[in-house]
Design a protein around this ligand. Structure first.
Ligand code: GEK
Length: 242
């Protein structure tokens, strides 16, 4: 069982920028499932996409793996000894816990967990690359090069799964979609104080794009087809096919 996220439940004198530290890693499963609509569906579907698209003797990269949920889903969904999974995260607290979790299971396909920045990982022979809510934390000027390195590392027919929170782009629609998400958080037990302090903490750290921005950037990197397979409120998941 995951610890309950109450990191923003008491008034803070000053809200610091959000960071994936020990305190966040300790409550992460609870935090993400109460904040991201459909998180479990997305993790499950990443496994289904792996079963249909991961090629024998190829690599799968999970960039910004946190505690390894997507990597575990891939490992368990592919035939035994089918692929190798590299799970990478820049947060030492996440990596330490992810290694412990992954090491506690007998897995059909190995997962190697390492600490590093997604932007500097050397990737090759990949049939699947996953960024499940990670690109939004990468500095915007570095995003195009990140996608280019993913495209270049993918084998023909390989897929890139990109999940992100998105902006709508105009004010009326933005308010509507944000309100639906705020209600989702309230219904999951977050107070107004928690919601507003977390929003302040993420303001300079999580910089989100519109669907059109993502689509354009993926096309510019060379992806021939971009499929939005999931959307709920301001959260979406895409599969870009090489
Ligand atoms: C999941 N994918 O459960 N390089 C590598 N990792 C990074 C970087 C970077 N430059 N910047 C941030 N991170 C996971 C959930 S969480 C999403 C991903 C969220 C890491 C960061 O340390 C954190 O673990 C993760 O990206 C984002 O399927 O919390 O909204």
């Amino acid at each position: 069982m995951s610890n309950k996220d109450n990191l923003f439940a008491t008034p803070l004198n000053q809200v610091s920028d959000f960071s994936f530290d020990e305190a966040v890693a300790d409550v992460f499963p609870d935090m993400i499932s109460r904040s991201v609509p459909g998180y479990q569906t997305i993790i499950h579907t990443i496994g289904q996409l792996a079963a249909s698209h991961v090629q024998p003797r190829s690599m799968v990269y999970d960039l910004g793996c946190s505690l390894g949920a997507a990597s575990l889903s891939v490992s368990r969904s592919c035939p035994a000894q089918h692929c190798q999974i590299a799970a990478i995260d820049s947060s030492p607290a996440m990596v330490e816990r992810c290694k412990r979790t992954v090491g506690s299971f007998q897995l059909p396909n190995p997962i190697e967990v390492s600490e590093g920045f997604a932007q500097t990982v050397t990737m090759k022979n990949a049939s699947m690359v996953i960024m499940n809510f990670t690109l939004q934390f990468i500095p915007p000027p570095e995003r195009a090069a990140m996608l280019q390195s993913i495209y270049d590392a993918l084998l023909p027919g390989g897929i890139f799964v990109l999940s992100e929170k998105i902006r709508h782009g105009n004010t009326a629609g933005e308010t509507l979609i944000n309100d639906l998400h705020l209600n989702f958080k309230r219904q999951n037990g977050y107070s107004e104080l928690e919601i507003s302090q977390k929003r302040a903490a993420l303001e300079n750290v999580m910089l989100i794009d519109t669907f059109a921005d993502h689509d354009q950037r993926l096309n510019d990197a060379g992806f021939s087809d971009v499929v939005m397979w999931y959307r709920c409120f301001n959260f979406m998941s895409l599969v870009a096919i090489k």
